[in-house]
Design a binder for this molecule. Sequence first.
Ligand code: ADP
Ligand code: MG
Ligand code: MG
Length: 248
Amino acid sequence: SPLLEIKNLQVSINENQILKNLNLTINKGEIHAIMGPNGSGKSTFSKVLAGHPAYSILGGDILFKGSSILDLEPEERSHLGIFLAFQYPVEIPGVSNEDFLRLAYNSKQKFYNKVEVDPIEFLTIITQKLQLVNMSARFLGRNVNEGFSGGEKKRNEILQMILLDSELSILDETDSGLDIDALKIISNGINNFMGPEKSIILITHYQRLLDYVNPNYVHVMQNGKIIKTGSAELAKELEAKGYEWLET
Ligand code: ADP
Ligand code: MG
Ligand code: MG
């Protein structure tokens, strides 16, 4: 079965229906880009996948590895292999990045009845991963995202994605506000992580990221549903023509 199957998903928040019959199927080893105008429901979709409690599911289903996850808590979804990097990464005062990452790692180890690692063992694990995103070890001692530049926050998200080794990662505008060097580092991190057992949903406004990370499919979301699906070429067409020509 596919890794992820979204079937006629309808979602509301505060009595406003945002997702209207969303359908999407993602197989292992695929990268799907989701583009679309502001307010079309892209971030809503990513938060609903991760299990954000503010949204009401009016209808439809989300199947992950063949089973519905609608009744699962965010933490359970994460343990099952769904990773969401938020559009606006949060700062966590008083918690070092190293402790935060180790807790997240050990929480998943525990879920799979694997041995939890101590701080020294964890340092070995995380040091290898840091290299994949060009991050210096001094980030580990700093509080989570506190005082991180935009680019550092985004690299930290990719670090989390790599560390947790989730089958499905959702990156919501991970490329926003990055300079070209940071964009290349992020893209290399994504490309090194990607493989036949992994799938990625890239939510992006810009074709630019897709010059470095090659999607198998590009979808356009508008008004809470996917109105067009194409290849990487579609992103170039959107960059040139905007979204209006697609309007239904
Ligand atoms: P995108 O990520 O595609 O820009 P969003 O998913 O953030 O779009 O937003 C989709 C729509 O949902 C927007 O019209 C937005 O105003 C609306 N929306 C988001 N959060 C709320 C909320 N808490 N209450 C009501 N409407 C909301
Ligand atoms: Mg937006
Ligand atoms: Mg958004």
